[in-house]
Design a binder for this molecule. Sequence first.
Ligand code: SF4
Ligand code: SF4
Ligand code: FES
Length: 225
Amino acid sequence: MADHPVKTANIKVWRGGEGGADGHYQEYQVPWEEGETVLGALQHVYEQQDASLALRYGCRYKVCGLCGMRIAGEDRLACTVHLKDGMEIEPMQHLPLIRDLVIDRRPQMEELKSLSLRADPDQETDMVAWKQTEAAGHYYNCFDCVECLCCHSMCEKADNGHSGAFTLVKLAQMHHHPRNAHDRVGQARDAGLEDCVDCRKCHCPYGVKIQQNVIGEFLRAAGME
Ligand code: SF4
Ligand code: SF4
Ligand code: FES
């Protein structure tokens, strides 16, 4: 990478307080280099221009799932998206807003606690045989989830009593688990699965086949597809 930026990019960043109070877009000019990410640009803003900007991140490499935001209209991890001139950067949707680009993850995580997402360690299972099954492939795919909540942000039903795509992904992890001991299809129904029948809009930018291994699987198991 060059020592000096070769050009600059203008970005528009949503700023505002709890619940969207005083919401507005603020423009920043940031250095642009080959390979620069949106997260890198926002870090530059925070460190060099405006320390009042609130953002959340951890690993900077698609592991921690903490830097989710809406970038040019798409819900993504900011550390995975290359910076482009003119990008609009907003907080994720359908989640409580703390400030600027930081949403409150606690309601989603609290909901998971109520779903008994644990396997039964005493259940007899032939693991060698299980690993050859289709369910095993689905299980491993669902565990590619880095808990970024991007799919939840895509779910327009999530403001209306529906738990959202992320909760369904977590239920599907257990549904496909070889030692699952709960009715995950019933829990998916309670989470709002019926809303998915005519929707099917969410997807995972990070490899989880949500429509196939989560929504489609639950709809088929519930006899709704
Ligand atoms: S399924 Fe994908 S989009 Fe949804 S939380 Fe997991 S990694 Fe993020
Ligand atoms: S398919 Fe279901 S979880 Fe996905 S966006 Fe639609 S209502 Fe939400
Ligand atoms: S900073 Fe960890 S996933 Fe982006």
